[in-house]
Ligand binder design. Structure first.
Ligand SMILES: [Zn+2]
Length: 394
């Protein structure tokens, strides 16, 4: 158990002690002759458990010792949240279910406990139960506006986890309605991704008309949705319309420059389909002039190798590699080998291939700007912090 956590528990215990003290004095005032002593005894018992590093027993004692009323509700909720953050969701569920069973709480307080219980279910993967709790709150009358918005945003998370994209779009529509429109752009960007999920599925099953329809919807929600443009370019390539695909792809750096590298592979394929290798070299030289990066250099090298042969590639690499410190060793090796060409059998193939492999590896490093998650492929939804469009090439 970390020191910070013990500290948090002790603070919580002190707070509970304070509340128990208040409870006791109220009880003494109200019922003359009864001291209300047992809760305080349980409190000290709980504190003992805590100090003896038996947090589970301490939690059980605190839950049973502390009365649920308007004064202690915040403490119960804090305890439930603490347990959930520790990953002890079944205990958090017990705390929150205990609250919901108390008729002494007001409607608003019960709604608050219901949200927290829903979050417990959501975090433990019990999505059906989370969905029905949040849905109940969204549909109930007399739920306050902030709580309804909270329930809707959690319901959205449930549908996202369930990959129920149509329902997610519907819930986000409710969130962007005027009464909740604090951050409509954030919801619309997410809706564009939901449409892209549907478009991607349609593309896989070659239902191109439907795929186009969802791409259009995505761009209606967010005109700068790069993912929608990438899918549209893939649809055009599947429809054997590479020139159309190129028009779409060239807009991507203006939509969001951080995703420009994602278009490179498709641009490469467009020229392949167009059967214009020389024009492909010109295009990638232009891109490389604007973005001096290893991934772009990698595509330029491949384009030149296809159009003009490997000797041209060696010259380009010798010229460009010194600009990239991480490629220094490969550049030096290539230099030594090319200066002594005659001694090296199979020079063109093996040495250039080694450098190309290093260049390709340099292409595959992605990082989430929100949580720092790293991986070798692009995830539109960060698997770690669940934010959209936060992962890009480093
Ligand atoms: Zn993340």
């Amino acid at each position: 158990m970390s020191e910070a956590l013990v500290f948090a528990f002790i603070l919580l215990a002190l707070l509970i002690g304070y509340l128990l003290g208040r409870y006791r004095s109220t009880a003494t005032k109200n019922v003359k002759g009864t001291s209300g002593g047992w809760p305080q005894k349980r409190y000290y018992q709980g504190l003992n458990y805590l100090l003896n590093d038996q947090p589970d027993a301490a939690i059980d004692t605190f839950i049973s010792a502390l009365e649920v009323n308007s004064d202690t509700l915040e403490t119960h909720l804090a305890l439930g949240n603490l347990l959930r953050r520790r990953g002890e969701t079944s205990k958090a569920i017990r705390v929150h279910q205990n609250l919901l069973a108390r008729p002494s709480l007001s409607k608003e307080q019960l709604h608050l406990a219901q949200i927290e219980l829903g979050v417990d279910f959501l975090k433990s993967g019990l999505l059906d139960r989370a969905e029905s709790l949040f849905r109940e709150l969204v549909e109930a009358k007399n739920v306050s506006k902030p709580l309804r918005a909270k329930a809707l945003s959690y319901l959205l998370e449930v549908y996202q986890d369930e990959r129920e994209w149509l329902q997610a779009i519907d819930v986000a529509d409710q969130l962007t309605a005027k009464k909740f429109s604090g951050t409509p752009d954030q919801w619309r960007e997410m809706q564009a991704h939901y449409c892209c999920e549907l478009a991607g599925n349609m593309l896989l099953t070659k239902e191109l008309l439907e795929a186009r329809r969802w791409v259009r919807n995505a761009l209606r929600y967010d005109k700068n949705c790069v993912r929608a443009s990438l899918i549209l370019a893939q649809i055009e390539l599947t429809d054997l319309a590479p020139a159309q695909a190129l028009i779409v792809l060239r807009k991507i750096p203006r939509q969001n420059p951080k995703f420009a590298p994602e278009a490179l592979q498709l641009i490469y394929e467009c020229f392949q389909q167009l059967q214009k290798p020389a024009e492909r070299v010109v295009m990638f030289r232009d891109i490389y002039r604007e973005h001096h990066s290893l991934p772009v250099l990698n595509y330029l090298v491949e384009a030149i190798a296809q159009a003009q042969g490997e000797d041209e590639v060696v010259d380009l690499l010798l010229q460009e590699l010194p600009a990239f410190p991480q490629m220094e060793a490969a550049g030096e090796l290539l230099k030594v080998v090319s200066e002594n060409k005659s001694q090296w059998v199979g020079f063109n193939y093996n040495t250039v291939k080694g450098v190309l492999e290093k260049l390709t590896a340099a292409r595959c490093q992605y990082e989430c700007s929100n949580c720092g998650f790293r991986g070798e492929q692009l995830h539109w939804l960060c698997p770690s912090c669940k934010s959209w469009s936060s992962i890009a090439q480093r």
